[in-house]
Design a protein. Structure first.
Ligand SMILES: [Zn+2]
Length: 425
């Protein structure tokens, strides 16, 4: 069931920490006016800083913006500082208060009826025989991303307790408000001082991600001419009808429900308005920046054509970049990905390299100069009461972190990082 004796050894401490962390309500809230957006995140941050100090990371501290930062000093010289990052908040999209985790020992892979909310988990035959953790059914579990937090904590505790093992300086950061896209907002890359970092915020065993969507938001505002419908003849120009026509003209196969793999899309997620003014909100996504641009332009052109045929109406189109595909920032530092591959294989796991049809904190951090691919956590079905986590997979992630520390003390990785230049290819 476990990927290695090391993973099995880490599992009890990891599970204890995970069950403790998920009980703290750290749900973030959109449209924040301060960091973090909710106080519960500070409660968990304080707990983590205390536990890090108890492990022996003397500088562990929670800052005023809700970031926990700590250092585990190196045991070998000339190794670069490497970052380990996870987020403390949980999604605003499912209930997050009062999480009561349930451990299902030796899960049979079938359907589990949870005690509350009529929630059913499974079947998940690939996890048959695993100990798994779920919520009680009326909340999310919060494995996203407390699995990542607990894995980093368990790995760091193990390394701190085994000073004979080779390791570089490890810089730990637990961030707030990832789920509302603000995790990197107040992240001080300079002060963090790492040559590369890893978020533990993925899902299935072996995932190693260095590519995300490029993302933008498009807002189309249509101003019509309102008039009393009783004597609107020849006067009324209905903005809502124009909005409907624009949406109807967009290609039906360029939508999230008709695309997968490396295909991008235009997703109209909100349509609101009146005869006088209507607003279409859409997100555009693609792995290719030129195609992303083309999706946004298609929406703009369609809106302008429809409105041009309706004298008296006006249209304004705004395109707001959201996050960039992280690959073009990470590919300048290929050793950061290579080190993760080597650590996974040392744990007996074949790396699973597939692009993320979404974003991750690492995308913005990589653009800010800290190359940060994403690793799996063993949590699944995020942002829902059906969320669950596999203990053997979580333990595999923690063990991978321990092995990653060793990999970064190997001569070729030390050289690549300290040279602050990419490895020759
Ligand atoms: Zn997450």
């Amino acid at each position: 069931m476990f990927t290695s004796p090391l993973a099995e050894q880490l599992a009890p401490d990891l599970l204890e920490r995970f069950l403790r962390y998920v009980r703290v309500d750290t749900q973030s809230a959109r449209d924040r006016t301060q960091s973090p957006s909710t106080r519960g995140q500070l409660d968990l941050g304080r707990m983590l800083a205390d536990e890090l100090r108890a492990i022996g990371l003397a500088d562990a501290a929670l800052d005023e913006n809700g970031y926990v930062v700590a250092t585990l000093p190196a045991t070998v010289e000339d190794a670069p500082a490497i970052g380990l990052i996870a987020h403390v908040d949980t999604s605003p999209d499912a209930p997050g208060a009062g999480v009561e985790p349930i451990v299902h020992r030796g899960y049979d892979g079938g359907v589990i009826e949870l005690p509350r909310g009529g929630t059913r988990v499974g079947p998940h035959p690939s996890a048959a025989g695993h100990d798994i953790v779920t919520s009680s059914g009326d909340t999310l579990l919060g494995a996203d991303d407390k699995a990542g937090v607990a894995e980093i904590m368990a790995a760091v505790a193990y390394l701190a307790g085994h000073p004979g093992l080779p390791r570089p300086t490890l810089r730990i950061c637990f961030t707030p408000d990832e789920e509302i896209g603000q995790g990197p907002a107040l992240f001080d890359v300079e002060r963090f001082g790492a040559a590369g970092a890893y978020t533990l915020d993925g899902s299935s065993l072996g995932e190693l991600q260095d590519e995300t969507f490029s993302a933008a938001e498009v807002t189309v505002t249509i101003d019509g001419v309102d008039a009393h419908p009783g004597w609107a003849y020849g006067t009324l120009v209905n903005a809502t009808r124009l909005a409907g026509e624009i949406v109807a003209r967009l290609p039906a196969d360029l939508t999230p429900e008709r695309t997968r793999g490396r295909e991008g899309f235009i997703h109209v997620y909100e349509l609101a308005g009146s005869a006088g003014r209507s607003v279409i909100r859409a997100i555009v996504r693609d792995f290719d920046d030129d195609k992303l641009h083309a999706h946004a332009e298609l929406l703009r052109r369609t809106a302008e054509e429809v409105v041009a045929a309706a004298p008296g109406a006006r249209v304004a189109v705004g395109v707001e970049p959201q996050y960039p595909n992280m690959r073009r920032f990470i590919e300048r530092f290929p050793h950061v990905v290579t080190a993760a591959e080597r650590a996974l294989r040392a744990e007996g796991i074949e790396p699973v390299r597939k692009p993320i049809r979404g974003g991750t904190d690492g995308a913005q951090l990589s653009a800010m100069g800290l190359p940060t691919p994403n690793l799996f956590t063993g949590g699944h079905d995020y942002h829902s009461p059906r969320e669950w986590a596999s203990l053997p997979e979580m333990a595999a992630a923690a063990a991978t972190v321990v092995r990653l520390a060793e990999v970064w003390t190997q001569a070729e990785f030390r050289a690549a990082a300290l040279g602050a230049a990419p490895l020759p290819r």
